[in-house]
Structures are given as structure tokens and as C-alpha cells.
Design a protein around this ligand. Structure first.
Ligand code: ZN
Ligand code: ZN
Length: 313
């Protein structure tokens, strides 16, 4: 095969070239990613049908869904993002494991997978190899499609500091955790009429999981719609997304790209309950972080693998 035909075929196999109105733009999948596609499509279908038939859950199910979302969000921002991906904070191992569980229960995937993709994103931000850039694939690529259409980063390269069993075991447990995440609402069958129990299943399962998915995906899509600039890339701080993120701080994404090693993402008045949680854990000795000099956060490089987690915009 000539190099010309090889590159033509490479372009044809790049799902980013297809318009979102072309079914191929949605139905193509990277090797091994068909389950992800089926999961996202399947849960959305159940969500839409369910909300039409059973729009109102019992209040107990609504509160449970909210609490799980909140804890799962902290799991993602505090454990996956700030502690594991950037080593900006060191958590007590027990706290780290609890937060990993809630992140997975929220559908965030295994810690090794999340961290590998996130480190890849930082290193290649706003370049063609960026795994989730709206500038190289459009909004829906950055928001959802990359989840099953982008080739997986080389985990041996990106998460070689996460070879310990306490991280690897979660990859094997992922399907089991997702099963319980989607079916926990079935417990309501013991306590309320079946119609209400079905609504509880819907809200604690698909509604919660898709809320978590779409809010996390806004960081890759809406928070990267700025012009590609020198420092911090196309990342933007998007204040109104604080509501969707329950004030946990990930929406201040430009701050984060400028200083990935800073455990605090929201600056000054910008609400960042992830940082409040870290400070609270620190008060009782369950979290540690390096002091950051004001305005010099970007100098605090993470320790275990500087090449991977360095402060690349
Ligand atoms: Zn980013
Ligand atoms: Zn990051």
C-alpha cells in the first residue's frame, strides 16, 4: 500500500471528519469501545422513555440521587483529578478508595482509565492529538463522541505511577459497580408501590448517571470553546456551570489549565467545594498538599511523573 493510500484511509477512519448528521459520526467506534457506545445510547433511550412515563420520583429517591451525584462529583474532582491525575493533593488511602468508589458509582469509569485520558488531554491540549478538543472535531465530538470514538491512550505510558493493586482492581470491578449504580433504585420496591419504585430506579439510575456524564463532559466541550491562546489554551472559566457541577469547581477550567498542580481550582470568590472538601480533610490529617505561592502555582510540578503531568497548557 502506498503512503498516499495509507494516509487517505487514515483520514477516512477518523470519525471527526463526518458531519453530526451522518450516522457514521455517531456509530463508529474505536477498537474495544462498542460497549461504551451501547451503554451511552442505551441509557439515554431508557432515560427519555422513563421521563415521559415516570417523571416524578419519590422524594427519598430524589435525595438519594442528589447525594450520590454530589459524592461522585467529589470523587471525580478531588480523587481522580486533583489527587491522582495531577498529584496536587495526597489523600489518606482510605479516603482515596472511598472517593474512587463514588466516582465509579457515578459512571466516571476506572481511575486508571480516567487519569490516562486526562493526562493525555493536558499534554495535547488544543493540538490535533487532543483526545477531546472541540477545535478538532466539533462540539459533539468534544462533548460525547470521543468517549467511544477516540483511540485509548497508552496506559503504560500515562499511568505508570498507578500500577498498584488498589488502582488496577477497579478496572476489573467496573461492570459490577455500574450494575449496582444502575439498579440501586430497585431497593424501593420493598418500600413503595411499584410505579414509584420504577421512578426511583429511573432517577437513581439513568437520570443521575446521565446528569453526571453530561456535566463532566461540559468541561471538555463548553469549557474549551475559547480561542486557542498561548497559555491555558482554549479553556474557559464558565461561571453558570457551577450550578450543574454543584459548585465543586471543575467549571473554572481556564484556571486549572494555567496551574494544573494547584489543588485549588476556583480563585477568590469562585465557588470550589472540591477545594473546601480538601481543606476540611486536611484539618483532620486526611489530605496533604504543598503550599502554593500566590501567582506561582504553575511552578509546583507534580512529583511522580513530571513528563506526564507537567504544567502543559
Ligand atoms: Zn481541558
Ligand atoms: Zn487536569
Amino acid at each position: 500500500m502506498s503512503s498516499n493510500s495509507a494516509s487517505a484511509s487514515a483520514v477516512e477512519n477518523d470519525p471527526r471528519i463526518y458531519s453530526i448528521w451522518n450516522p457514521r459520526a455517531w456509530l463508529m467506534y474505536a477498537p474495544g469501545e462498542l460497549p461504551t457506545l451501547l451503554w451511552v445510547v442505551g441509557v439515554h433511550i431508557v432515560l427519555v422513555i422513563g421521563l415521559i412515563l415516570l417523571p416524578l420520583p419519590p422524594i427519598s429517591a430524589f435525595i438519594t440521587a442528589f447525594v450520590l451525584l454530589f459524592l461522585g462529583g467529589l470523587g471525580t474532582t478531588v480523587a481522580y483529578h486533583r489527587a491522582l491525575a495531577h498529584r496536587a493533593v495526597t489523600l489518606h488511602p482510605a479516603i482515596e478508595q472511598v472517593l474512587i468508589f463514588f466516582a465509579m458509582f457515578n459512571g466516571s469509569g476506572s481511575p486508571r482509565n480516567w487519569v490516562a485520558m486526562h493526562r493525555h488531554h493536558h499534554i495535547h491540549s488544543d493540538k490535533p492529538d487532543d483526545i477531546s478538543s472541540p477545535h478538532y472535531g466539533g462540539f459533539w465530538w468534544s462533548h460525547l463522541r470521543w468517549l467511544w470514538q477516540a483511540d485509548q491512550p497508552d496506559r503504560d505510558r500515562y499511568v505508570k505511577d498507578m500500577m498498584a493493586f488498589r488502582y488496577r482492581m477497579w478496572t476489573s470491578l467496573q461492570i459490577l459497580v455500574l450494575f449496582f449504580a444502575i439498579s440501586t433504585g430497585a431497593l424501593w420496591f420493598f418500600f413503595v408501590p411499584w410505579q414509584e419504585a420504577l421512578a426511583a430506579m429511573l432517577w437513581i439510575g439513568p437520570v443521575r448517571l446521565m446528569w453526571a456524564l453530561h456535566t463532566q463532559c461540559t468541561v471538555n466541550s463548553i469549557c474549551h470553546l475559547g480561542a486557542i491562546a498561548d497559555h491555558g489554551g482554549s479553556s474557559r472559566n464558565v461561571g453558570w456551570l457551577s450550578f450543574a457541577h454543584f459548585g465543586q469547581g471543575e467549571n473554572w477550567h481556564a484556571n486549572h489549565h494555567r496551574a494544573p498542580a494547584n489543588p485549588r481550582i476556583g480563585h477568590r470568590w469562585q465557588i470550589d467545594l472540591g477545594w473546601v472538601s480538601i481543606r476540611t480533610l486536611g484539618l483532620v490529617g486526611l489530605a496533604k498538599w504543598k503550599p502554593q505561592r500566590k501567582g506561582k502555582f504553575e511552578e509546583a510540578a507534580p512529583e511522580p511523573d513530571e513528563a506526564v503531568t507537567a504544567n502543559t497548557p
